[in-house]
Write a new protein. Structure first.
Length: 416
């Protein structure tokens, strides 16, 4: 089981790396084209059908970019499509959701104190909610509300806050915010796959067949692209939130998520206004700062740590606590790690346990057995810079204890 833990940890790392890389590519192209579109300059000298142009300099070269109101008269020989960045971001994110939250549902997804779900039920809710969310959003956009972008954005915000609250009623706090990020990212990628790209293909096919493209397809795609632009920054926060208990473990994590979406609007409004040359709305930074201060207050107003959760975990802790070598490992961990990973840390400069991981009691240590094995047994990640001088022999004892306990756990699970 220990070897499987290592392989699984590397698999999660590889998928997460792919997810980050593709997300960087998608966000980069998205922000670039929004800024380009807003910064276009109009002049009488432009060719017929050209909506605007912009001169740019980068990497020692000059670039002359022109945008057509609908499309050029003839189909260009070389046309670059920007879609795979979006698709691969979603695919890798879905894979990461499966690897971490579906495969580790007992620890990371299900909270029996909120809803006593089976693993399969939790997974079906997880997957189904992403699909349902897109359907609701798409119906709203295709309704008459599509003619009122501001009202549509307000309803979208309401939907996202409602989903944040709903996820928090059934999943762990960590999973709730992560799923809200996946919910939002699914809307964004579905916009590209179901709306933006098909509309662009209609225009291309019209050009190829010699027809004059209808401008409505570009307007529809522009609305969805604008939504994606404002949703990007909150999604990044939600994807990072699982590393910060002050964000996900608060009783008000769903409200924090809602405020994060408002921060995304204020930040993007500032840059979009600057890029379009429509002014310099410095007030947005004050509003953003105030929202962030409110988030900081909410994060500690009523901090609630979800218990690590069911009979499987209890059984695992019992096995790890009764395995030979545990007493030595417990002494090692408390001697080398608990000065930081305590409910009241004593290490100078540490005001709360990193990631709210506690390593004081025997129950604490057995609950974190896998992390201890990875972080301090087979790697030297902890203690950081080996500041408490954990010895090689001590790391070996952690390895032996974890591997022995894992074998016992495997046997027990097979018997059950």
């Amino acid at each position: 089981m220990s070897d499987i833990a290592i392989i699984w940890d590397w698999l999660a790392f590889a998928v997460r790396w792919l997810h980050v890389i593709t997300a960087m590519a998608w966000i980069g192209t998205s922000f670039y084209f929004i800024a380009l579109d807003l910064g276009l300059r109009r002049s009488p000298e432009l060719l017929d059908g050209v909506d605007g142009e912009e001169w740019q300099v980068h990497g020692g070269g000059f670039y002359h970019v022109q945008k057509y109101r609908v499309a050029p008269v003839h189909m260009p020989e070389h046309l670059i499509w920007f879609k795979w960045e979006s698709y691969m971001t979603w695919i890798s994110g879905a894979a990461l959701l499966m690897v971490v939250y579906w495969a580790g549902a007992e620890l990371y997804l299900i909270d029996p104190a909120k809803a006593d779900l089976t693993i399969m039920t939790a997974i079906l809710i997880s997957a189904g909610s992403l699909t349902v969310g897109w359907i609701i959003y798409d119906v709203l956009c295709k309704s008459q509300l599509g003619r009122y972008p501001t009202m549509l954005m307000i309803l979208l915000f309401g939907l996202l806050v409602l989903m944040a609250w709903g996820y928090d009623q059934i999943f762990t706090g960590r999973a709730a915010l992560l799923h809200l990020g996946a919910f939002t990212a699914t809307i964004m990628t579905a916009n590209v796959f179901f709306i933006i790209m098909p509309n662009q293909k209609i225009v291309v096919n019209n050009l190829i067949s010699g027809q004059v493209p209808d401008a409505k397809y570009g307007k529809i795609a522009k609305l969805r692209s604008t939504h994606n632009n404002y949703l990007t920054l909150p999604v990044i926060f939600l994807m990072l939130s699982n590393h910060y208990p002050l964000a996900f473990a608060s009783e008000y994590n769903w409200l924090i998520a809602g405020l994060i979406f408002l921060m995304g609007v204020t930040i993007r409004h500032y840059f979009n206004t600057i890029h379009s040359g429509a002014g310099n709305p410095r007030w947005t930074w004050l509003v953003t700062a105030l929202l962030f201060l409110l988030i900081m207050w909410l994060s500690t107003a009523s901090l609630s740590q979800s218990p690590q959760q069911d009979a499987v975990l209890t059984q695992k802790q019992e096995i790890f606590a009764t395995t030979d070598g545990f007493e030595e490992v417990y002494d090692i961990v408390t001697g080398r790690c608990s000065m930081c990973h305590a409910r009241e840390p004593v290490y100078e400069g540490i005001h709360y346990a990193p990631k709210y991981v506690f390593l004081e009691t025997q129950a604490d240590v057995t609950a974190q057995a896998n992390a201890i094995f990875i972080q301090s047994g087979i790697t030297h990640a902890m203690p950081p810079a080996n500041i408490t001088w954990m010895e090689k022999a001590e790391r070996k004892k952690i390895q032996n204890w974890f591997r022995t306990a894992s074998e016992k756990m495997s046997v027990t699970m097979r018997l059950n």
